[in-house]
Write a protein that binds this ligand. Structure first.
Ligand code: GLY
Ligand code: MN
Ligand code: MN
Length: 422
């Protein structure tokens, strides 16, 4: 409300429920901005923030308590609960929004709203605004419609101590699932059996998947968003698992790649060590005052150097870097912001320059090497190897803190861990 200032009003709608098939809905997920601002997890709600009223007023519209509906669908906070449990200054049944919200808009100069997120609500808000404008002679109407994303997303980029506690928990749960999978993996299992370990571990902790787990064995690891998870884990192959959970709506996003039989082949280990070096070099760049792309540049350098050292790339390092010769093998960025969304909000650039890293930011570090089949001029023996090593990193006032540091990371740690389990 401070950022909006006097004369502003923010309107934020809850995510609608979505049908999965016929009368079955998807499991409900609150809109991230709505959750960030309210902590409220029910659908059919609208939050309104009015800085100019009293000390700044938070008004909520939500579903009323209803004995019959609650018996079928579960308990509701109701407007009473929105006030007592969620800190609203005032709350009303959603049905009353037509009566009340246009009046609140009329008193305001600027409306802050994120257009294009919930299409159904866009139309309602525009309807109210148009009506106010069409009878402007008799009343007032706000002059500006300003996107709320900028304000909220900039706030979401910097995590509070409480948010960091939740994110640490989210990472620990995902780590527990990764160790289960690493411990239980055997040749002959199916990829989805390993995926099941993640569903199990997440559910045991009251968490959900923050995205569909990627369990990609052998050359499936070269498909970046592979989610079929139905192949057999072959002796001698690697398996790449990219899976994280959502705990109290905060995401973790972790990848480990390990040998199905517990032992890396010479070629697998050679490429793994490059990815490991890239991961460490990138993490070392997560320092206050560095640029957002410094970790990526460090990873690119390690990967290019490593691919040249093993003979996959040929030429001078500086020339290879300049020509981006690594791109057929490493085609994605080294990381992204992490928070309530897996690919969290927040600008990566400020006025066309990469932004500076500051305490409170959480990001992933996920270099990889993927050798798809059919790349000309390299030995066939590299083909089908896909490796990614992804950690979640919090930049605190004291420096980078790896939230996923309880998992084996280096080739030696992975072999030792898998060897000790069999
Ligand atoms: N799992 C999605 C990502 O790593 O960005
Ligand atoms: Mn990931
Ligand atoms: Mn990621």
């Amino acid at each position: 409300m401070e950022l909006m200032g006097f004369g502003g009003i923010a309107v934020i709608a809850a995510a609608p429920e979505r049908n999965r098939s016929r009368d079955v809905t998807h499991s409900y997920r609150q809109d991230s901005d709505f959750y960030y601002l309210t902590g409220f997890c029910e659908p059919e709600a609208v939050a309104v923030l009015i800085p100019g009223r009293r000390q700044g007023e938070f008004v909520m519209f939500c579903r009323e308590r209803n004995k019959e509906r609650e018996m079928w669908d579960g308990l509701r906070a109701g407007p009473e609960g929105a006030v007592s449990k969620y800190g609203a200054d005032d709350a009303f049944p959603l049905e009353d929004i037509e009566e009340i919200l246009p009046g609140l808009l009329e008193e305001s100069e600027r409306v802050y709203y994120s257009m294009g997120v919930i299409a159904e609500f866009d139309q309602r808000l525009l309807g109210w605004m148009n009506r106010l404008h069409s009878r402007r002679q008799s009343g007032h109407a706000p002059d500006e419609l300003i996107t709320l994303d900028h304000l909220v997303h900039e706030m979401r980029l910097f995590k509070s101590a409480r948010e960091i506690r939740v994110m640490k928990r989210s990472a620990r749960i995902a780590e527990a699932a990764h160790s289960r999978a690493m411990r239980l993996c055997k040749p002959g299992m199916k990829e989805h059996e390993l995926a099941a370990e993640f569903y199990h571990e997440f559910a045991c902790h009251g968490a959900e998947c923050s995205y569909q787990p990627i369990v990609a064995s052998g050359s499936n690891a070269c498909i970046l968003h592979y989610t079929e998870n139905n192949a057999v884990l072959e002796d001698g192959d690697l398996v790449l698992i990219d899976a994280g959970c959502e705990y109290e709506l905060y995401a973790s996003d972790i990848t480990r790649t390990f040998p199905v039989n517990g032992k890396f082949s010479a070629n697998q280990k050679a490429l793994y060590e490059i990815v490991y070096a890239a991961n460490r070099a990138a993490i070392a760049q997560i320092q206050q005052g560095n640029h957002w792309n410094d970790p990526h540049d460090a990873a690119v350098r390690e990967i290019t150097r490593g691919l040249r050292d093993v003979g996959i790339l040929k030429g001078r390092l500086s020339t290879l870097l300049k020509s981006k010769a690594y791109l057929p093998y490493f085609m994605h960025k080294t990381g992204h912001w992490l928070g309530i969304d897996v690919h969290d909000v927040g600008d990566y650039k400020i006025a066309d320059n990469p932004r500076l890293l500051e305490p409170g930011m959480v990001m992933t570090v996920e270099p990889g090497i993927y050798v798809s089949s059919g790349i000309k001029g390299i030995s066939k023996s590299w083909e089908g190897i896909g490796i990614r090593l992804e950690d979640d990193v919090f930049l605190s006032r004291n420096g980078a803190e790896v939230l996923s540091d309880h998992l084996p990371s280096s080739a030696e740690e992975i072999e030792a861990f898998m060897g000790s389990q069999s």
